[in-house]
Design a protein around this ligand. Structure first.
Ligand SMILES: [Zn+2]
Length: 626
């Protein structure tokens, strides 16, 4: 196995004098840093601590891998999932980096050889779970070793409120005391404001420099349709049409709420000729592992799954994520759809949801063992998710606004941008709502504000004197459900805010002033279900996607993809660690015929050039009959 052969790489292959840029080019085969990578790499290489918030696909791993190579000693990476560690180690070894992992999936002999290599100073990077780090004797062992850095990946696992909470992450604060001279970085792709604060406090990184990247995923196209009364047919038929028209033979994930539905959909898709596999926590462990491996190692597998599947799945060429049910929160939606297009190539986030989902999720919530406060927070997250589905403006803008990020222009590619839904001018209703929230002191929830608007004389309302407000009874033209729809849509647009404590109190956002003053008309979605349109046939804006290729290029693409799969199978690694889709696409476009030309392809580092360059050049020559 790849895991046990440590000879694959050489420690400090680039020599201690290699600069971060030399490592980026020589080892990883990229010409330029992306986004904030360079600033982060330089800061950490110089010995600084960092908190890094970067979306999936933003090149997060290089932020600690390059400093670990540029600094003397071994870099320790704390990661919560074995699959994730093994993938990263396999990918690093392909680039000639001496990387290894300590995980519960390996035998004692392998673990011993990894530790021996660590003590001998032969490792550049060592991945381990927090449980391994806190196993007896491990910290003492590390104290005797030259360490380049500590990288704490998936740092949001430290948050007690997140669904990925891992108790051991809380103990990582001890690294600050025991290794004060070793730089530490915490990295995550999912962190709202409160979670960011928790990461700083609980990991003792209060003084660390923060690097916050945009959470936008420009290559993902967002589409959401309603199942209720839709004319596009049954959701599963629409899914099949979407897969056949836009992603034939491509990898994707289909999320369903229940295990039963997962199995039914997977079976039905398979009957229709799609390579679809089920995944949920109720399947035997062996079946789950086998299906996951097939998804990672084969091309074009569609995984039908509950949300039990996905965390730590680092497959870069997932071309679509489809939801057949409403996710529980916008965070969940962002995280799940974020598994599409990690390689930066065009990808789809596609959803069909029905009002049935909302009641099912509500019932699950009520029936859960969670405490009252927790339930209230979850309820609000669900409402925000629903609001996000209902908006008529740009989905990307709304998604980013939810993470406190302002995007000045609509994206132009989401469904609402490219096929604007029917709306009506709701400016007057919105003004009534906003001024009623203002008049009641910006501390009441939607229920109370709507009661005031509709002129309901509840005992509490009268006691508060709210029946004497100028906004009392001015909103009888809408019923309660319609008003709630208005509230949700305003929340989703960031014109209203909900109190951070989770009591549901509504506050005005400064951005709503223009609406209040009547300077900015506001249009809301027409409440009646919009007839759901069938997905348009494949239309791609970028020439770099497979769907846009002509027959000739497509044939070369298949040839190169076949070679990649063959090489991967020989070594027992996933195909994308040999070369990414983006690298193969560049080879299709530039058809390199010499090693020099091949070296110019992004993602072809020195080690991969030596190992695979000839084989891929031969395949390209064979294709052109040279
Ligand atoms: Zn848009």
């Amino acid at each position: 196995m790849e895991q046990s052969s440590l000879a694959a790489g050489t420690a400090q292959a680039n020599g201690p004098a290699a600069t971060p840029l030399e490592i980026l080019r020589g080892t990883f085969g990229y010409t330029e840093f992306r986004g904030q990578q360079q600033a982060i790499v330089e800061h950490v290489t110089a010995g600084g601590d960092a908190v890094v918030l970067m979306p999936t696909g933003g090149g997060k791993s290089l932020c600690y891998q390059i400093p670990a190579l540029a600094r003397p000693g071994c870099g320790i990476v704390i990661s919560p999932l074995i699959a994730l560690m093994q993938d990263q180690v396999a990918a690093l070894r392909q680039n000639g980096v001496a990387a290894a992992s300590l995980d519960s999936g390996q035998g004692a002999a392998t673990a011993r050889s990894v530790l021996a290599a660590l003590h001998a100073g032969e490792l550049d990077l060592l991945y381990m779970s927090p449980e391994r780090l806190f196993a007896p004797g491990m910290l003492e062992r590390l104290e005797g070793i030259d360490l380049a850095l500590f990288a704490i990946d998936e740092a949001h696992c430290v948050s007690q409120w997140g669904h990925d909470f891992r108790p051991e992450y809380g103990q990582l604060a001890v690294l600050a005391e025991r290794f004060p001279q070793v730089p530490r970085l915490a990295l995550t792709a999912t962190a709202d404001g409160p979670t960011r604060q928790e990461i700083r406090e609980r990991l003792r990184l209060e003084q660390a420099r923060a690097f916050v990247s945009s959470f936008d995923r420009p290559n993902i196209r967002y589409r959401i349709a309603q199942a209720d009364g839709g004319r596009g047919g049954q959701p599963r038929d629409r899914l099949l049409r979407f897969i056949r028209d836009e992603h034939p033979d491509e990898a994707g994930i289909v999320y369903c709420l229940s295990r039963k539905k997962v199995e039914a959909v997977a079976e039905w898709l398979a009957e229709q000729g799609v390579t679809a596999l089920p995944y949920h926590a109720g399947l035997p462990a062996a079946t789950r592992a086998e299906n996951q491996t097939r998804f990672l190692r084969e091309e074009g597998v569609v995984m039908v799954a509950t949300i039990a599947f996905g965390m730590g799945i680092d497959k870069p060429n997932v071309r679509f994520v489809a939801h057949l049910n409403l996710p529980k929160s916008i965070e969940g939606y962002y995280q799940e759809t974020g598994r599409a297009g990690r390689d930066g190539l065009p990808a789809d986030a596609w959803m069909v949801y029905g009002l049935q989902d909302v009641s099912t999720l509500r019932q699950m919530l009520e029936g859960s063992q969670a405490g009252e406060e927790r339930q209230r927070i979850e309820r609000q997250k669900l409402e925000a998710m629903l609001g996000f589905c209902e908006i008529t403006s740009c989905r990307r803008q709304a998604l980013l606004a939810y993470f406190d990020e302002h995007m000045p222009e609509p994206c132009g590619t989401c469904d609402n941008c490219s096929e604007p839904p029917e709306t009506h001018d709701a400016t007057v209703a919105v003004q009534k709502l906003l001024s009623c929230i203002y008049r009641t002191g910006e501390r009441f929830g939607a229920g109370h504000v709507i009661d005031v608007l509709r002129g309901s004389k509840s005992e509490r309302l009268v006691r508060l004197g709210h029946d004497r407000l100028s906004t009392f009874g001015i909103g009888t033209e809408l019923d309660k459900a319609q008003w709630r729809g208005v509230v949700r849509q305003l929340l989703a647009r960031g014109l209203l805010r909900m109190d951070a404590e989770g009591y549901g109190g509504l506050k005005l956002d400064p951005s709503c002033r223009a609406v209040l003053r009547g300077e900015e008309p506001i249009h809301l979605r027409v409440e009646a279900a919009r007839p759901a349109r069938p997905a348009k046939p494949s239309r791609r804006d970028t020439a770099s996607s497979v769907a846009a290729m002509d027959t000739e290029d497509r044939a070369l693409w298949e040839t190169l993809r076949g070679l990649r799969t063959e090489l991967a199978r020989e070594q027992g690694v996933p195909p994308y660690v040999i070369f990414s889709d983006a690298t193969l696409l560049e080879m299709v476009a530039s058809a390199p015929r010499t090693l020099d030309e091949m070296a110019g392809v992004s993602g072809v580092g020195a080690h991969k050039l030596e190992r695979y360059g000839e084989a891929f050049i031969r395949a390209i020559e064979g294709h052109f009959g040279i």
